[in-house]
Design a protein around this ligand. Structure first.
Ligand SMILES: *[C@@H]1O[C@H](CO)[C@@H](O)[C@H](O)[C@H]1NC(C)=O
Ligand SMILES: *[C@@H]1O[C@H](CO)[C@@H](O)[C@H](O)[C@H]1NC(C)=O
Ligand SMILES: *[C@@H]1O[C@H](CO)[C@@H](O)[C@H](O)[C@H]1NC(C)=O
Length: 353
């Protein structure tokens, strides 16, 4: 288990379906004051949603988001921002994420402390009809830099008028329990403070974490009670029982069941989720039988597709999953694209079932 700690932690260092057209859910009605802003009766960020020309009035927020029950199957990519991508690159890659792969979301990973960076994220998301799982990044130095990141992001979510319309959830991460960056009661307190700060914007707050991260902190039930949704790191390659990806379903179920047992029926996402195509100094298996190659990276996502209905039927609207990660430059071996930008395998995961 010690090696699991090391590998996963170091690793991290580098590291709606055609929306169920449920008319009663999140759909503006003709009575809405500026319904001309909604030429299409759908919800954000469903694949058939068309963005309004103008930023909606705040009163539209309650009709804006798709229901959590539509957020199962493939949702999008984890996307590392430590490279501080330019506004142009964000626009281009978010377009690829949305249109090439039918993503509904990007889940941010890492940190870029450039002034105005989250405005660029919001703009690229808005322009492409993508939702964002935003992230307050702790890093691995045990310092307090995350406090400034928290305050900057919270302030931005209030000041950028589009931010609350694309930011689905604010995460504390990555793996703050596993990395022991804060005692779990202080992390729970941070979640509650952020929820209070964002309550007028209706932006929920969560923690991005492994099952083992909770388990090694005595379950950290205070954190589980505080968070609005459960954003799970599902990385079965590191299991002591890992072999091939297509044999990993029991490992996935084992962690998922722990969250079902302790999560009080909250919505769940696999928000850091994948299988590596290569090992590296920071990605070493804990099982001698674990296989890292492109075939197994692909097989893992095929496995999730094959279990689409099982994941859909999980309580609280099913489990939606992200592919970790967009490009090998962002996390060696986990990319859907290799480091030269070529697709490693065909990737057309199901967005509904
Ligand atoms: C939320 O937090 C930010 C950053 O600390 C602060 O600027 C803002 O005033 C806070 N807003 C509310 C409503 O608490
Ligand atoms: C899983 O994939 C391996 C190749 O990686 C293959 O040999 C094996 O037959 C597959 N098992 C199942 C149950 O599909
Ligand atoms: C891993 O394998 C051990 C030994 O076979 C077994 O007891 C344990 O339940 C397995 N764990 C998972 C998560 O499958």
């Amino acid at each position: 288990m010690a090696f699991l700690l090391l590998t996963s932690s170091l690793w991290a260092a580098f590291l709606l379906n055609m929306i169920n057209q449920v008319a009663s859910v999140s759909v503006p009605t003709a009575r809405d004051s500026n319904s001309q802003n909604f030429p299409h009766r759908s919800c954000f960020p469903a694949l058939d949603f068309r963005m309004p020309r103008q930023v909606p009035h705040d009163s539209q927020l309650q009709h804006w988001w798709c229901d959590a029950s539509t957020e199962y199957a493939f949702l999008g990519f984890s996307y590392e921002v430590t490279a501080c991508q330019s506004a142009e690159q964000l626009l281009q890659e978010f377009s690829d994420i949305r249109h090439h792969f039918n993503s509904r979301y990007v889940r941010l990973y890492g940190a870029c402390d450039r002034e105005g960076f989250y405005d660029d994220i919001v703009n690229a998301a808005w322009e492409n009809g993508l939702g964002v799982h935003a992230l307050i990044w702790f890093g691995f130095n045990g310092d307090d830099i995350w406090i400034g990141r928290r305050d900057t992001l919270l302030a931005n979510l209030h000041s950028n008028p589009k931010a609350k319309f694309v930011t689905r959830v604010l995460q504390f991460g990555s793996e703050p329990l596993f990395d022991n960056v804060l005692p779990h009661d202080q992390l729970a307190e941070q979640v509650l403070l952020a929820k209070a700060n964002l309550s007028s914007l209706s932006i929920p707050v969560t923690v991005s974490e492994l099952a083992y991260g909770y388990q090694e902190r005595g379950g950290a039930q205070d954190v589980l009670d505080a968070i609005d949704s459960i954003n799970i790191h599902m990385l079965p390659f590191f299991s002591q029982n890992a072999s091939t990806a297509n044999e990993s379903w029991p490992l996935v179920l084992n962690d998922l069941q722990w969250f079902i047992d302790h999560g009080n029926g909250k919505k769940m996402y696999f928000d850091e989720n994948g299988w590596p195509s290569v090992t590296s100094p920071s990605v070493q298996p804990n099982s001698p039988l674990a296989v890292a190659d492109v075939h197994n990276e692909q097989q893992y996502y095929i496995l999730l597709d094959e279990h689409c209905r099982d994941l859909k039927n999980v309580e609280a609207g099913g489990v939606g999953w992200f592919a970790h990660i967009y490009n090998d430059n962002q996390e060696p071996g986990y990319g859907i694209y290799d480091s030269s930008g070529a697709l490693k395998f065909p990737f057309h995961p199901r967005t509904s079932c």
